[in-house]
Design a protein around this ligand. Structure first.
Ligand code: COA
Length: 185
């Protein structure tokens, strides 16, 4: 099943996504605030985990494709939080976009469609998002989506070792009743 936005399509991963995803994952600017995917094998394994999540749960981070050109833009979608935290169980919305597409609103456009899928099709009561405090671009996307941040929700990511620069994370939340009130971007 595909999800269409004005300019893009969220769709299941295919073999032809592996090369552009690996190229995006080798870009230090894209990976600045993310756990590294240092090899083609690591990038392939990341895609494999998203495909398995889709098969198991019916949603995942999908591949994001530009309608007009067919170009691979990035990965956007929904994932079950795989670790235990004060807000789990939960479903997160997330995004990573190839650098040449930054600043064109693709992440919020695709994330808004993911939120709609999460609330209307999956019937979720809340969707969260998290990142490191200094990832201002990602936090802007969360704000554009109407998500809100409470410093009391900040947490230490249990899968990231103590002292690691990515361990401390901010959490944004969007309850369904507030999404319904604000609509989508
Ligand atoms: C976060 C990210 C997905 C945003 O995607 P996008 O499609 O560019 O989103 P937008 O066009 O709405 O831009 C969001 C913000 O990014 C910043 N931004 C835009 N273009 C930028 C550029 N060329 N360079 C640096 N930052 C830029 C701006 O702060 C912008 O906010 P604004 O629209 O109020 O000016 C993208 O920057 C990215 O892939 N980053 C690396 C991966 C990552 O950190 N993912 C999130 C993990 S939690």
């Amino acid at each position: 099943m595909n999800i269409e936005t004005d300019r893009a399509i969220l769709r299941p991963w295919t073999e032809r996504d592996r090369q552009p995803f690996a190229e995006m994952s080798a870009d230090p600017a894209v990976m600045q605030h993310l756990l590294p995917l240092n090899s083609r094998a690591a990038a392939d394994a990341w895609i494999d985990r998203r495909m398995a999540h889709l098969a198991e749960h019916g949603f995942s981070f999908w591949a994001l494709e530009a309608k007009a050109s067919g170009d691979f833009i990035g990965a956007v979608g929904l994932l079950r939080i795989s670790y235990e935290a004060h807000f789990s169980p939960a479903v997160e919305v997330g995004w990573r976009v190839a650098r040449r597409f930054w600043g064109q609103g693709y992440a919020p456009e695709a994330a808004a469609a993911s939120l709609r899928f999460g609330f209307e099709t999956l019937g979720l009561s809340e969707i969260v998002a998290n990142t490191v405090p200094r990832n201002t671009s990602s936090r802007r996307v969360m704000e554009k989506l109407g998500m809100s941040h409470d410093a009391e929700d900040d947490f230490e990511h249990p899968d990231i070792p103590e002292g690691h620069p990515l361990r401390h994370q901010v959490l944004y939340r969007l309850p369904r009743d507030r999404w319904t009130a604000t609509g989508t971007v």
